[in-house]
Design a binder for this molecule. Sequence first.
Ligand SMILES: Nc1ncnc2c1ncn2[C@@H]1O[C@H](COP(=O)(O)OP(=O)(O)OP(=O)(O)O)[C@@H](O)[C@H]1O
Ligand SMILES: [Mg+2]
Length: 258
Amino acid sequence: MRIAIFNQKGGVGKTTTALNLGAALNRSGNPPLLIDLDPQGHLSSIHGKAPLDANQSLFSFFQEQHTLRELEVDWEHIGRLIPAHQQLIKVDSIFGKGPAILNKLRHGLDALEESQPDRQCLIDCCPYIGVLALNAIFACDCLIIPVSTDYLSLQAADHITRTLQVLEPVMKRRVNRYYLLTRFDRRRRMSDDVRNKLRERYGDDVLDTVISENVTVAESPSLNQDVFRHNAGSTGAHDYRNLLGELVERGSLPVTMR
Ligand SMILES: Nc1ncnc2c1ncn2[C@@H]1O[C@H](COP(=O)(O)OP(=O)(O)OP(=O)(O)O)[C@@H](O)[C@H]1O
Ligand SMILES: [Mg+2]
């Protein structure tokens, strides 16, 4: 299964969710492949060995110099990573917006998965709609849309929903999506307000799991760690374990939990 984590609003917890859902999968005995599809390369920085050479990054896949398999690197305690490079920012201008480029990641993953059909794949997207994010949307089986609990995030959730409505006739399928509340603060009424509004609009597509505002989640990237390694007993670890459990229960991650 391929899950893309996307919202064109910045700082809502996309990378944090890719990292910690990836770690939760690994701890359940299902090490995933993480793809850093963001020229900012935040996920690759947390991995700790972001490539200096664009030729060792996802950029080189778009340039047809390497296959996805050739770009994978190990990520201890998580699984595997295909790292990003700032050159990815050029993909839009170099390759245009034709159907071939928009389906490139999908075809690359089809080929990669022939030998590893049971491995789960998480794609950390950049915070804007362009060729990169469209590649993720075209390639994925399901989208996680992190929505941080503030009012501007609600607008951003509506925006991406409208974008999907435009894309779906082109893709000839409905993109399964889950809205995930992040940075949830139970002490603030706004958090409940945003959750209620999101449920009114998107019903069952809103996950029951919420990711709380949590210091362990915020600190762990600076130590090149996921939330479980930093503090497996933290609220953040608990939340991301629940997220995995709910996605498995809803049939969007077909894994057996260890
Ligand atoms: N649940 C949380 N509790 C506390 N801090 C969090 C939480 N989730 C994310 N953060 C912090 O918020 C900031 C933004 O998170 P993150 O980088 O995951 O967002 P993003 O959507 O990937 O951003 P961008 O759009 O720039 O890629 C980071 O400093 C991260 O550590
Ligand atoms: Mg990010």
